[in-house]
Design a binder for this molecule. Structure first.
Ligand SMILES: C[S@@+](CC[C@H](N)C(=O)[O-])C[C@H]1O[C@@H](n2cnc3c(N)ncnc32)[C@H](O)[C@@H]1O
Length: 226
């Protein structure tokens, strides 16, 4: 089987990195916009939402202000601890924190109305992405919504050199203020961003016959500018 912990990105397993994560990711922390978008798709006080690869729980906590139940799932023990600390500090009672991966998470209770994932699915190679999507389809209620945002390659292979060069040059100079060139290089070496055209196959993937899977790969997080 695929070892999700070993492939989670070493930095996500490093307590110091996790402690500084919110500042680093802050420039594109748009959880409130994401929650508004999901409200437009039916997110309500009756909803159960599962956030896969939840990181430090920024989106999960924003969604918890609306939802009945939120499950924040992450493979990294330190990310889960960080989310638990925020949940406790805020006195929030409807967020559960689960240390598990896309592949190992076993949903308990009523089927999810929403599954959300941002900037995490690229930790799985494409074959395992498909396995994960099948599992997600099975945890969603009929008509449930999956929203995925991730870093994808939105260019054709012959354009790769130019787009990758531009992407690498756009890295932040300050590791605590954004993702650096070295981190983008690491992403290219060891992580598994897919082409955006592969993702269009997810809209009605295996096991999803009774669930509506909406896959959104947001332009603002793509590896390249179109
Ligand atoms: C770049 S962070 C994104 C966190 C958060 N979703 C955000 O948008 O800020 C990627 C997260 O995915 C988690 N992750 C990596 N591989 C995973 C897997 N197989 N299953 C679940 N989470 C995973 C990492 O531990 C990390 O917290």
């Amino acid at each position: 089987m695929f070892d999700e912990l070993a492939r989670a990105g070493g930095e996500h397993l490093d307590a110091a990195y996790v402690g500084a994560y919110d500042r680093k990711a802050g420039f594109d922390a748009d959880a409130a916009d994401e929650v508004r978008l999901l409200c437009g798709l039916g997110l309500s006080e009756h909803s159960t939402l599962v956030d896969l690869g939840a990181g430090t729980g920024t989106f999960a906590l924003a969604a918890a202000a609306i939802c009945r139940r939120v499950v924040a799932v992450d493979i990294s023990p330190d990310m889960v601890i960080a989310t638990k600390e925020k949940v406790a500090a805020l006195g929030v009672s409807n967020v559960e924190c689960v240390q598990a991966g896309f592949l190992s998470y076993e949903h308990q209770g009523a089927p999810a109305d929403f599954v959300y994932s941002r900037n995490a699915l690229h930790h799985l190679p494409d074959f395992w992405k498909a396995v994960a999507l099948q599992g997600i389809a099975l945890m969603l209620r009929p008509g449930g919504i999956l929203r995925v945002r991730d870093i994808v390659f939105a260019f054709d292979p012959p354009e790769a050199e130019r787009f990758i060069r531009d992407w690498l040059s756009s890295g932040s100079g300050q590791p605590d203020e954004g993702w650096t060139r070295a981190e983008f290089e690491e992403h290219l070496r060891n992580e598994h961003s897919t082409f955006n055209w592969c993702s269009s196959r997810c809209s009605n993937g295996p096991g999803s016959t009774s669930s509506r899977l909406t896959t959104v790969l947001d332009a603002s997080t793509r590896a390249t500018s179109a």
